[in-house]
Design a protein around this ligand. Structure first.
Ligand SMILES: [Zn+2]
Length: 388
């Protein structure tokens, strides 16, 4: 029988070798193959499994290890899609280098964590321990785009807590930012390029708005969250104009504001609207409309939640060190589990977010092995307790 160490690593290699690039707008390979692979793996452990259809061929893979029913239920949640592979040399190779780093797309974000979670579940099953609470593994699609997977998941599944296996560098993340996407449409007036004074240049007007965004920096700096810092805003895209000899009559800006946990929907729109109102008051030819296109709330989970305590204790027993309780700048599905489904959620996983999405993505095999032990002990700590 293979050692658990070898099992985690060979499982991780197999996961990396499967192309599961998010289809985004029909560009990537999709998650069907990896979902089938994980389902077969969980079947072989003896879990009750299913594919939960999300959209077309895209399906979440869900495995259930039924407990005796008198304890709290835990969900281990991991997204099975990855970002694209352009510029990545050997995206599906899974090579381990001399320093024990396993390379490939998704190695860090977040197939390393999924390999750890799956092997941890196998260890629990093999040990013969009967958990009190149910254990649910959810491999979800589309986290890298619209999070269709977790949105579908929470319509059917509820547990008493969840761990999302994003790469946290082995810290326990209990908070992260959300984000708002805002579209500003600036309306000018077209005119022949030889008589630009007859028109209103929408791109020029847009540039005054872009310049005024810097006034928000001090506003944002004054808002501070102890774990995630201050909100941020940046211009994402700008589009306007039609041809060389025409004064542009319209210009569209897309802005993103990273929000703090607890900041409500609409906060970015209000800030941008105020700037637009100021510019309109100063300049009668400045006309713009502001719309919020998308909103994702942040995450904030109490460090006193039983799952956070179980995870912290598990980390300490494996490494001998206290787990760091941190906040993350990036958004995750944990916000949907916590916000929409009311499931207390935190993040834990091997790998550094700086490697995620990069051209040379890798994860340290040693961390993946340690994470396996941490997940196993966290499962036992939580699902054998009476924290319900
Ligand atoms: Zn991720």
């Amino acid at each position: 029988m293979k050692s658990r160490r070898n099992e985690t690593v060979s499982l991780l290699k197999s996961l990396v070798k499967i192309d599961s690039v998010n289809p985004f707008d029909d560009r990537g390979g999709g998650e069907a193959e990896i979902a089938e692979f994980i389902r077969a793996t969980l079947d072989s452990y003896g879990l009750a499994t299913r594919l939960q259809r999300v959209k077309g061929r895209r399906a979440n893979v869900v495995g259930l290890l039924r407990g005796t029913g008198n304890g709290p239920a835990l969900m281990l949640n991991g997204h099975i899609d990855t970002v694209g592979v352009s510029g990545v040399k050997d995206p599906f190779g899974g090579r381990i280098d001399g320093q024990g780093l396993l390379h490939g797309r998704g190695a860090c974000d977040m197939k390393g964590s999924i390999a750890s979670m799956l092997t941890a579940i196998k260890s629990v099953v093999d040990s013969g321990t009967r958990l009190r609470g149910d254990l649910v593994f959810a491999g979800v699609v589309d986290e890298e785009y619209l999070s269709l997977g977790t949105r579908a998941l929470v319509r059917e599944y509820r547990t008493d807590a969840a761990i999302v296996g994003e790469p946290t560098g082995m810290d326990v993340a209990i908070a992260h930012k959300g984000y708002d996407w805002v579209e500003v449409t600036i309306r000018g007036r077209a005119a022949h390029g030889s008589v630009p004074e007859k028109g209103i240049d929408a791109i020029e007007k847009a540039s005054t708005l872009v310049a005024s965004l810097s006034s928000l920096k001090s506003v944002h700096a004054a808002l501070k969250h102890p774990l995630v810092g201050s909100p941020r805003m940046h211009t994402s895209t700008i589009a306007g104009g039609t041809e060389w000899s025409v004064v542009p009559e319209s210009c569209t800006l897309h802005l993103e504001r990273r929000t703090l946990p607890g900041e409500r929907k609409g906060v970015a729109k209000r800030e941008v609207q105020r700037l637009v109102d100021n510019l309109s008051a100063e300049d009668p030819e400045f006309h713009a409309t502001v719309a919020e296109l998308f909103h994702q709330s942040g995450l904030e989970t109490s460090s006193k939640e039983p799952i956070v305590r179980s995870l912290g204790a598990a980390y300490r027993s494996v490494t001998g060190r206290r787990a760091k309780m941190v906040g993350m700048p990036y958004w995750t599905d944990a916000a949907l589990l916590s916000g929409e489904a009311g499931i207390p959620a935190c993040l834990f996983g091997p790998g550094d977010i700086r490697q995620a999405h990069s051209a040379d993505e890798y994860v340290d095999v040693k961390d993946v092995e340690d994470a396996t032990l941490v997940f196993e002990r966290a499962i036992r700590g939580f699902c054998l307790s009476d924290a319900k």
